[in-house]
Design a protein around this ligand. Structure first.
Ligand code: UN1
Length: 479
């Protein structure tokens, strides 16, 4: 079992009030034990980050890059061990968890390069004897609040981004899967990151959130849209810079001319990969009339054959749902869809396995409409509805008929249809003949409000949030 602490100013700190995580694959198994932080712990962590800021923001550029690269190397070397912990604590399959860990390592490699590439701008002034330098300065102390569904990748892209541009940070990982953040803290310490540059506090958002938002110069949060709204309200008091990655209700359109097998693969991967617990997952499958029956027949057969099981078993394809509350939510959506007259094609119930866990059969409803409750709100589970439409135009209307606008996808062999959808989709991400989930680390990631707020993460976009622009006039006189 992992015994984790807070990491504050380079010191590991415990606490009398502790909580345990249990494996969603086997509720008898305790995976980790962590201190439940108080606002005092959060304030101490912020204070440590403030103290470390002057040193880190002026730290030698090569040395800063080296620290991020070394972190990437250690994560890569320990990927199996970290991935195994992640799978035990969060419940995604070991294969998925190791892939996520390697993705986290790649993020650190990427930002090691970004440290060096970090640009400024030079302008000639309109005034004689002057020029102008535009530099990108660190924002300061950043609070990073991360979800349980990507316990190593999301902390990695927030922490690496914050540190690359000279900020110091306090990470508060989800209390449902904090172990990877502890391991990340151990690695950052081991490679020689100066004390206080990275700090870690555990506990519940409702206990720590106010302090973390009020006492930082910036907040980057990934989680639900309602929590995001609460963060913006509080950040308004201090005008703290905020970046939010929130919910999705992502549509996948399949047109009559699609490559059927590819479309089924894309839907299967996007909807049920990682037990559907991705903000980028496909939860609305919008299928045109001509291909509907053939698509549904193949997809239902594939879904029915998915092996749901313990996250650590080699032949498991779909791990359990991560938490009791999420399982409950999934079952409520299933019940409401059934009551609304949707046709249950496959799944729909909890599964018994040899160990007690939150196992849910991947679930697909047919005959749903844009108004079925199932298709209005984010579920965040292995549950989706199929909506039959007449043509591309109706498909686009249905796809955009939802407040959330994170990811979207279309399967078609017609380049004009693909391009029309790329232009008209409201979502921040458009995937053509590819799953709505699974973005790479070097490109901007995020959605339009209310799926995202305050700028995109990752790739070149992350510098926009993690830096402040400084415009400096230099009056050097006549030359
Ligand atoms: C992906 O689909 O590539 O919480 C990652 C989430 C997102 C990450 C999605 N922030 O699901």
């Amino acid at each position: 079992m992992l015994r984790g602490g807070h990491l504050i100013g380079g010191q590991w700190r415990s606490g009398a009030d502790r909580f345990c995580t249990r494996s969603p694959s086997d509720l008898n198994e305790e995976v980790g034990e962590y201190p439940a932080g108080s606002p005092r712990d959060a304030e101490d962590a912020l204070e440590a980050a403030r103290k470390a800021l002057p040193g880190w923001s002026t730290y030698n550029t090569q040395a800063r890059s080296d620290l991020l690269r070394k972190t990437a190397e250690v994560i890569t070397a320990r990927a199996e061990e970290i991935g195994t912990h992640l799978a035990r604590e969060e419940g995604k399959t070991r294969r998925e968890a190791i892939a996520e860990t390697l993705r986290a390592a790649q993020v650190f490699f990427y930002y090691a390069g970004e440290v060096v590439r970090h640009p400024g701008q030079f302008f000639n002034s309109l005034r004689d004897g002057h020029h102008i330098i535009v530099s990108y300065e660190p924002v300061g102390v950043i609070s990073l609040i991360t979800p349980w569904n990507f316990p190593i990748a999301v902390p990695a892209w927030k922490v690496a981004g914050a540190l690359a541009y000279g900020n110091t940070c306090v990470l508060k990982p989800s209390e449902f899967a904090p172990g990877c953040a502890v391991i990340l803290g151990q690695i950052l310490t081991e490679v020689g990151l100066p004390p206080g540059v990275f700090n870690l506090v555990h506990g519940q958002g409702r206990v720590l959130g106010e302090t973390l938002i009020g006492g930082a110069n910036g907040v980057s949060f990934t989680g639900s849209t309602p929590t995001g709204r609460a963060i913006v309200k509080q950040a308004a008091n201090t005008l703290t810079k905020v970046q939010l990655e929130l919910g999705g209700k992502n549509p996948l359109i399949v047109l009559d001319d699609a490559d059927l097998d590819l479309a089924v693969d894309v839907a299967l991967q996007g909807t049920f990969g990682q037990t559907g617990q991705r903000c980028t997952g496909s939860e609305r499958l919008i299928i045109t009339r001509g291909i509907h029956d053939a698509f549904v027949e193949k997809l239902v057969a594939r879904v029915a054959s998915l092996r749901v099981g313990h996250a650590l078993h080699e032949d498991t394809q779909i791990g359990p749902v991560a938490t009791a509350a999420q399982l409950e939510k999934n079952l409520t959506f299933i019940q409401r869809a059934t009551e609304a007259g949707a046709e249950l094609a496959v799944g729909g119930a909890r599964l018994e396995k040899s160990t007690p866990g939150y196992y849910l059969a991947p679930t697909l409803f047919l005959g749903t409409t844009a108004d079925t409750p199932l298709n209005r709100e984010e579920i965040f589970g292995p549950v989706a509805g199929v909506i039959r439409v007449n043509d591309l135009e109706e498909a686009i209307t249905v796809a955009n008929d939802c407040e959330l606008a994170l990811s979207s996808g279309i399967c078609t062999t017609n380049i004009r249809s693909a391009e029309r959808f790329r232009r008209l989709s409201r979502a921040g991400l458009v995937m053509i003949n590819a799953p709505t989930a699974g973005l790479e680390y070097h490109v901007p990631f995020g959605g339009r409000s209310p799926s995202g707020y305050g700028g995109r993460e990752q790739g070149p976009a992350s510098a926009e949030f993690f830096t402040e622009i400084k415009t400096a006039y230099v009056n050097h006189g006549d030359i």
